[in-house]
Design a protein around this ligand. Structure first.
Ligand code: SAM
Length: 289
């Protein structure tokens, strides 16, 4: 067991701060992140040429060194020895939370192994920012990192997503997103609800919400640019067996709660699944009976 009392410690060791940076909009930098970047002894940055712009913007003059996924073991050891001697380090990546598809895990592991406090600051993250505005269920979700490139891996992963209830979150390149949606249509069907959140926090921010096939047609017509988060509705709930036990109103409510649909979308979907007229579902939902 290991107990970390982040701000009540008595040890002489320093601290490793994991500091989020904006994913596009500089106003998303927190006061605390700015203060710590000013106060730490050393900033470790994924790409110093990138981070220097952020530091200049906030007039931060702290010493900085590069730290990336392939930083040599001896460099990690040097940083940890510095921490052991009381040094304070702030780790940042190019955007968002460090360690979330960004470097830092090996440094955190090594610091913890030597009982150094590791303190993370809350802040910008593309996946969660996209999730909460996606309209898809957000109470339970799985973050898978980058969508696999290999067709076989895509199929295996999407089959898994199809068996699970929670929303799936992926990072994706704008150049591959069309192929990824094609795979989703093939494995999970054309009606699977998906959301593409693009250029979050920037002036070209966009959310594309809808069924896989209509989004596919859209991106074929209007190829996407910029940074992308791809969200896929879970598939565990929704078997015909469950639907058969529900009356029309309950079925609409279930789709709204679990699939993030509006009442209008859910009514249309229930009519389709239960093979009844839309007006009948509308009446059952709004008027009852
Ligand atoms: N550490 C970052 C975080 O906490 O979100 C993620 C870094 S990962 C290397 C970069 C990927 O995150 C991009 O390829 C894109 O999929 C996603 N991303 C980053 N910024 C984004 C933004 N402003 N809008 C949409 N997606 C973004």
């Amino acid at each position: 067991m290991d107990l970390q009392t982040s701000f009540r410690g008595t040890s002489d060791s320093g601290k490793l701060y994991l500091i989020p940076t904006p994913i596009g909009n500089l106003e998303d930098m927190t006061f605390r992140a700015i203060r710590l970047l000013q106060e730490v002894d050393l900033i470790l940055a994924e790409d110093t040429r990138h981070t220097i712009k952020l530091l200049n913007h906030f007039n931060i003059q702290t010493k900085m060194q590069s730290f990336h996924e392939h930083s040599a073991t001896h460099e990690i050891q040097e940083h940890v020895t510095f921490l052991e001697k009381g040094g304070v380090i702030g780790l940042v990546s190019d955007a968002g939370l460090p360690l979330i598809n960004d470097p830092g895990h090996s440094l955190v592991q090594e610091a913890l192994a030597r009982s150094i406090d590791v303190i993370s600051l809350p802040g910008a993250n593309a996946a969660l920012t996209a999730l909460i505005a996606s309209g898809l269920p957000s109470e339970r979700f799985t973050y898978y990192g980058f969508f696999p490139r290999n067709k076989k891996e895509q199929k295996a992963l999407l089959e898994l997503v199809g068996q699970r209830e929670e929303t799936a979150l992926f990072y994706e390149s704008p150049f591959r997103v069309k192929n990824s949606i094609q795979s989703i249509v093939q494995v999970l069907g054309d009606q699977r609800r998906i959301v593409i959140a693009r250029e979050l926090t920037k002036s070209y921010e966009e959310y594309l919400r809808g069924e896989a096939e209509e989004i596919l047609n859209h991106v074929i017509k209007f190829p996407l640019k910029g940074e992308v988060v791809l969200l896929v509705q879970g598939g565990g709930i929704g078997t015909e067996e469950i639907f058969e036990e529900l009356d029309l109103k309950e079925h609409v409510e279930l789709l709204m709660a679990t699939k993030g649909m509006t009442s209008k979308e859910a009514i249309k979907q229930v009519a389709k699944i239960q093979n009844v007229k839309k007006q009948e579902v509308y009446k059952a939902y709004h008027i009852g009976g």
